[in-house]
Write a protein that binds this ligand. Structure first.
Ligand SMILES: Cc1cc2nc3c(=O)[nH]c(=O)nc-3n(C[C@H](O)[C@H](O)[C@H](O)COP(=O)(O)O)c2cc1C
Length: 221
């Protein structure tokens, strides 16, 4: 690990605070303030310590800060947002809840401004070929080798005053996004897309969740 640059600001949160207050930030992204590449590099340094299957570290992050490419990326993302998709309905949060209405309103804001966000990040997975994702074991091993790294990146970003939001809607048009980004579709699989910007204020709170007991099973399901 290289030492963090003391000139780059930190929020000063505890580990538990970072873990419980890293929200999907859509409305409170500062669209005017540039994000220094050195700060992003620090977050990547943290992410490199995430676990990966057999320590293969087969993940990459594509950062898009060029305005023309950001616009092209945003257009594909918007197409995905509007695409028909049945992601299943198993949920602990009813879609007619107030919380869901809040998410929908915040998503509309991101939809309107995605191309203005200073940086867009696309986490990717390197594979020999896409058939490795045909089995549950292959999926668990491969997705599990990129998702922890990207979540670590997002947590490190939070501690540095940056906001992120995990989104997957553009994957309905993954091939089109690959063309925009010049990435080899057969061997590089996209996992998500997140905005990356300073947040307007840093006072995020823990969010409503189902009761802890609902998640826990002891000895048997
Ligand atoms: C796998 C996954 C996919 C998601 N897809 C989207 C998405 O396409 N668009 C979006 O705005 N948010 C998306 N989210 C963000 C969730 O809506 C958000 O995490 C959830 O509402 C809880 O809010 P919080 O992270 O602020 O606690 C996704 C999150 C995950 C983990």
């Amino acid at each position: 690990m290289t030492a963090p640059d003391p000139s780059l600001p930190r929020v000063g949160l505890s580990a538990d605070e970072v873990l419980t207050t890293t929200r999907a930030v859509r409305k409170r992204l500062d669209l005017q303030r540039p994000v220094p590449r050195a700060l992003i590099a620090e977050c990547v340094e943290i992410a490199r310590q995430a676990p990966s299957g057999r320590n293969r570290q087969q993940w990459d992050l594509i950062f898009v800060d060029d305005p023309v490419t950001r616009r092209a990326v945003s257009e594909v993302w918007r197409r995905g947002l509007r695409a028909e998709f049945d992601g299943g309905s198993t949920t602990r949060m009813p879609f007619d809840s107030d919380q869901w209405a809040g998410i929908a309103a915040s998503l509309r804001h991101l939809d309107a401004h995605l191309h203005d966000v200073p940086v867009l990040v696309i986490p990717c997975l390197r594979v020999e070929d896409r058939t490795v994702l045909n089995s549950i074991r292959g999926q668990a091993g491969n997705w599990g080798s990129v998702i922890p790294a990207f979540w670590s990146f997002m947590l490190a970003a939070r501690e540095r005053g940056l906001g992120t939001a995990w989104t997957t809607c553009h994957l309905s048009y993954e091939r089109e996004m690959a063309a925009v980004l010049d990435l080899p579709f057969d061997t590089v699989v996209q996992a998500a897309l997140s905005p990356l910007a300073y947040t307007i204020g840093t006072n995020f709170r823990a969010a409503p969740r189902a009761a802890r007991g609902d998640f826990m099973h002891w000895n048997k399901w």
